[in-house]
Write a protein that binds this ligand. Structure first.
Ligand code: FAD
Ligand code: DHB
Length: 392
């Protein structure tokens, strides 16, 4: 089998790239380890930056998102039982964030790509990246229960997430990895309940972080800070509601609406960057190259930013024979990535109770939160980062 660009992964990075390349008239094939059903049901991100929602429209896959998503003009920050509304729309000249779950985005991208006749191969095993130092790279793989096959291509794109093989295909001596692991995780729940508040609440109160988000009028998504090594078995529903009530509670009579909890999971928080993001004919994108803690809602958005840069560079290469943008892919992406790393680290540090920090540090975080209330410049900086920075 032969194509121009062989893509490993059908996550946000791999699927957005497939649609972007198709729009530019460049051939590609996606190889995905998981089944289509698993890709379309795994719960992850919830928030799209303004331009990502617009990109879905431009790629012809935004119709259901426009109908079903929630468009939020701001977020609420909470500490010491006080709430503050950060008016993102006013602070950014009219931009909003879109609350639309990642698996719904993926459903729309998969349907859009298949409708174009695009090739997405699910359930592949034994993916092997070959020949990236030479002129004829390829990807070896096996469809479930079948013979080994080879996908020959001009370029290999590793959009295979943090645990995929692509980053490891860059020789250890040719890459540098930067990492920070936080001493806390998030317990995430889905509950059958009406909305308790009109927008997302990010809270640092009563010993830690909590996030109130939404999935629909009847299903709500909430997170509470926990030990990253903890197990959901240690979190009976009553304990979860007690923590959420304490962390989201106010003194003005508001109360959190409880419902049946039907999903629980725990994730650890880390920051990670691999430099460079290319080697020979291999390019890595999204979580394969970098991880942000989820507090800034940046991971999916950053994955899409990488493949937008990559698709433009590949278009310049195929259409006009220009190599420069491709050679600078990593450098171009890393400028945005490090700003997102900084923002995600800042939100995470400000909003969590870190057992390794002192009382002094905690006071500084409350001062940072209060500064957002009293300084338009500080509020504007947060709003611009949250809704999505401009591309330079
Ligand atoms: P992935 O989504 O990991 O996709 C990689 C794909 O490659 C997977 O489907 C995998 O099966 C496949 N693969 C791996 N190995 C192979 C192989 N050998 N062969 C073939 N296929 C392979 N981000 C936001 O922007 N906003 C948010 O609000 C947000 N909230 C989050 C909340 C939580 C709790 C979590 C865990 C994450 C959140 N994120 C958020 C982050 C976001 O989900 C990720 O950054 C995003 O999924 C990255 O996309 P990706 O395509 O790079 O990688
Ligand atoms: C959601 C996840 C996030 O990490 C975030 O910052 C906001 C919302 C969510 O899953 O809804």
């Amino acid at each position: 089998m032969r194509t121009q660009v062989g893509i490993i992964g059908c996550g946000p990075a791999g699927l957005f790239l497939a649609l972007l390349l198709a729009r530019a008239g460049i051939g590609c094939v996606n190889l995905e380890r998981r089944s289509r059903a698993e890709v379309e049901t795994t719960l992850r991100a919830g928030v799209l930056e303004h331009w990502v929602a617009e990109l879905m429209d431009a790629l012809g896959v935004g119709v259901r998102m426009r109908r079903e998503a929630h468009f939020h003009a701001g977020i609420t920050l909470q500490w010491q039982r006080q709430r503050y509304h950060l008016d993102i729309e006013a602070l950014t000249g009219g931009r909003r964030v879109t609350v639309y779950p990642q698996h719904e985005v993926l459903k729309d991208l998969i349907a859009g790509r298949l409708a174009q006749g695009g090739e997405l191969i699910f359930d592949v095993e034994e993916t092997e990246i070959r020949g990236i130092d030479g002129a004829a790279p390829s990807i070896g793989f096996r469809r479930k229960g079948s013979e080994l096959e080879t996908l020959e291509c001009d370029y290999v794109v590793g959009a295979d997430g943090f645990h995929g093989p692509a980053r490891q295909a860059i020789p250890r001596s040719a890459r540098v990895e930067y990492e920070k692991v936080y001493p806390f995780g998030w317990l995430g729940i889905l509950t059958q309940a009406k909305k308790s508040w009109h927008e997302l609440i990010y809270a640092n109160q009563a010993g830690g972080f909590a996030l109130l988000s939404t999935r629909s009028d009847d299903v709500q998504r909430m997170y509470v800070q926990c030990d990253p090594a903890d197990n959901v078995e240690n979190w009976p529903d009553d304990r979860i509601w007690d923590e959420l009530d304490a962390r989201l509670g106010t003194d003005d009579g508001w109360s959190l609406i409880h419902g049946t909890i039907f999903q629980k999971n725990i994730v650890g928080l880390r920051s990670f960057v691999c430099e460079p993001m290319q080697h020979g004919k291999l390019f890595i994108a999204g979580d394969a190259a970098h991880i942000v803690p989820p507090t800034g809602a940046k991971g999916l958005n950053l994955a899409v930013a990488d493949v937008l840069v990559l698709s433009r560079a590949l278009e310049a290469r195929y259409r006009r024979g220009e190599q420069e943008a491709l050679d600078r892919y990593s450098e171009t992406c890393l400028r945005r990535i490090w700003k997102a790393e900084r923002f995600s680290w800042f939100m995470t540090t400000m909003l969590h109770d870190n057992p390794q920090e002192s009382g002094f540090d905690r006071r500084i975080h409350f001062a940072e939160l209060d500064l957002l209330r009293t300084s338009r410049a500080a509020a504007m900086s947060l709003a611009e980062n949250y809704v999505g920075l401009a591309f330079d």
